[in-house]
Design a protein around this ligand. Structure first.
Ligand code: ZN
Ligand code: ZN
Ligand code: ZN
Length: 374
């Protein structure tokens, strides 16, 4: 499932959500009819065409690419008092009993057990964030990633192609609703998760970058080594006929070696990768969701945890990883605070070889790095 979506689709979703009417035209543009208030925020006329390709010579058409004024103005749509739009989503009717039955098979903990407690249906808010990423190296890659995070337990997931259905199902929130202060935590979890999603999305690009860097370094290395050998040979010949001093000869070879290192350094900077991720828009979505309270037990301690059913994606939310918020591999429970930690974050210290919880110790192994976070 690719979490990234084409820019035109996401922009039309956001604009449609703000009351605009949009239609794709034959020349790959988007014809729009925008409410006056939205036009004012975006600095566009109430009726016109926008294009996502770089054909700016075309005066009538408004450019909506990543580098455009319109794209930058999109952030204003969600700015103002809170920078967050509020929306509601009416949950489907659910067979709670059937979902309850699947909890046990969905949740697997490597070093702990859990017991289902009560089930309650209650208000649960989700944050839907849209993040733009730009990866810059000798080439450029960019994209937009939507990400959902549950306010109750900070579980995150990339809705991928389901984003369309979610956007279509959004309704106006109760007027004057404002996001709660806790939403900051949810937003941070989403930001942490999205950095991993972007890493996954870019992994073929990063692999190809490494491959090209290694190939070019090998070429430069071989080129200069050949020159060095040839120079050496020429020097030896001349030395035999007494033309050049040994000192001069050594200088020549050294100069070649230095130039080789510079060239390699140049290549490393040429292929250096700079990734920037920025939140473009975010919507707080109010839903009603069944919450399955679990009692997580590790040794003599236990902790209640609310597992949420995601009405937007119509499936149980995954457990969160309380360190990276984008769990990979299995789940473990830490000894001290009973954090839920994914296997990528329940790390073996490279120095002492002991496992430690990255949520308890953000700055590395508590035994090896003094003054680490608690
Ligand atoms: Zn993790
Ligand atoms: Zn250690
Ligand atoms: Zn912990």
């Amino acid at each position: 499932m690719a979490p990234g979506r084409p820019l035109p689709e996401v922009i039309s979703d956001i604009l449609a959500f703000q009351g605009a009417v949009l239609e794709k035209t034959a020349d790959e543009c988007l014809e729009f009819l925008s409410p006056p208030s939205l036009s004012a925020i975006l600095g566009i006329p109430e009726h016109g065409k926008m294009s996502f390709t770089y054909q700016s010579s075309y005066d009538e058409v408004i450019s909506a690419g990543y580098d455009s004024d319109l794209f930058r103005a999109m952030a204003n749509v969600f700015s103002g008092k809170s920078r967050l739009a509020m929306a509601a989503y009416s949950s489907p009717s659910l067979n709670i009993e059937k979902i309850s039955g699947s909890v046990a098979e969905k949740i697997v903990l490597t070093n702990a057990t859990f017991r289902p407690q009560k089930v309650e249906t209650r208000a649960v808010n989700y944050l839907l964030g849209f993040f733009q990423y730009t990866a810059l190296s000798d080439e450029k890659r960019e994209g937009l990633i939507p990400l959902l995070a549950s306010e109750l337990n900070l579980a995150t997931c990339a809705p991928g192609e389901h984003i369309m259905e979610i956007m279509e199902g959004l309704q106006e929130a109760v007027p004057d609703q404002k996001p709660k202060p806790e939403i900051t935590k949810v937003f941070q979890a989403a930001c942490s998760a999205v950095s991993t999603v972007v890493g996954e999305e870019l992994s073929p690009f990063i692999k190809s970058l490494d491959k090209r860097l290694n190939r070019d370094i090998k070429r430069v290395f071989e080129y200069y080594e050949t020159i060095k050998i040839e120079t050496q040979k020429a020097i030896e010949k001349r030395a035999l006929s007494g033309e050049q001093s040994m000192e001069k000869q050594r200088e020549k070879v050294n100069a070649i070696e230095i130039e080789k290192r510079w060239k390699i350094q140049d290549l490393i900077s040429k292929y250096a990768l700079n990734i920037r991720i920025e939140p473009v828009a975010a919507i707080v979505i109010e839903t009603q969701s069944p919450v399955f309270w679990l009692e997580i037990k590790r040794r003599l301690s236990s902790r209640p945890f609310p597992l949420t059913y995601n009405p937007l994606l119509r499936k149980l939310d995954p457990l969160p990883c309380e360190s990276c918020f984008y769990p990979r591999g299995g789940y473990s429970i830490c000894d001290d605070k009973l954090h839920i930690i994914c296997s990528a974050c329940f790390k073996k210290c490279p120095q002492c070889g002991k496992l430690f919880c990255s949520a308890c110790h953000k700055h590395g192994c508590p035994r090896c790095s003094k003054g680490s976070g608690k």
